[in-house]
Ligand binder design. Sequence first.
Ligand code: SF4
Length: 310
Amino acid sequence: MRVILAAPRGFCAGVNMAIEALELAIEAYGTPLYVYHEIVHNKWVVASFRKRGVVFVSSLAEVPEEDHLLYSAHGVSPEIRRQAAQRRLRTVDATCPLVTKVHHEAIQFAREGYSIILIGHAGHDEVVGTMGEAAGRIHLVQSFDDSNHVQVEDTDRIAYLTQTTLSMDDAEVIVERLRQRFPTIVGPSKDDICFATQNRQEAVKVLSALADLVLVVGSGNSSNSLRLAELARTCGVRAKLIDGPDDVDLAWFSGVDTVVITAGASAPEDVVQGCVELLCREFAAEVETQAVSTRHERVSFRLPPELKEP
Ligand code: SF4
């Protein structure tokens, strides 16, 4: 068996920044330390911080007044910021700057009187946050079918935005349909689907041509991981989304010569290596790193300013 490790894969700049921010906050403020929702959408990352005394909350009522609270990489809505201020919480904002960029675009378009169509998935933390920035002006489109039916107040002044972790191909088809229906629609000056999502999808597209099976390491609530598995299937390859080696069923590999392994932007590399070790042990697999990395990522984001002078 040949195992090809996709590149780039795993942690992105936003996830690295959010995890480092949480590490520094634990050092500076001690535990229990509160985080609004999961710091990143990965079961291992969340479990390891939970063990160290981090408390992930879904309501600010769970946080004692004046205590410290971190906002996760996916960002929060203004309503959460308002509640935090009301409870005099000392907040650290670990929102990925590329999510914040989409929030700013929503605010700007709303200020200029646009009706906004947000392409994204209902209930995802990032979508909830972005919709909250321009409440009453944003219409959510989740699918091509939605793009056929969405209605806006003013069809002459209409803008679209996208969630950062969408499938590039799905989003393109939806945007094209919106352009047909609303010829004056405007979009963000620079793509909202982030570089990390695009690069991981590009690598899977290239490597699917070589694979009999694609393993995507990532959690079921990780949007970009789900999209990688979907993309491989669209390319005609069987794909499995796994949290780690324990989810692997050896029966999947019957008749399989080449396995491609990739990882969503919030999946730790040691879990990826655990999966590789399993395949080496069970099938004497030979491991190759993708011969030509589709992209080199040299992006890093600054830590939240609150942590620079703890
Ligand atoms: S996937 Fe993209 S938007 Fe999300 S944290 Fe990573 S860099 Fe930021």
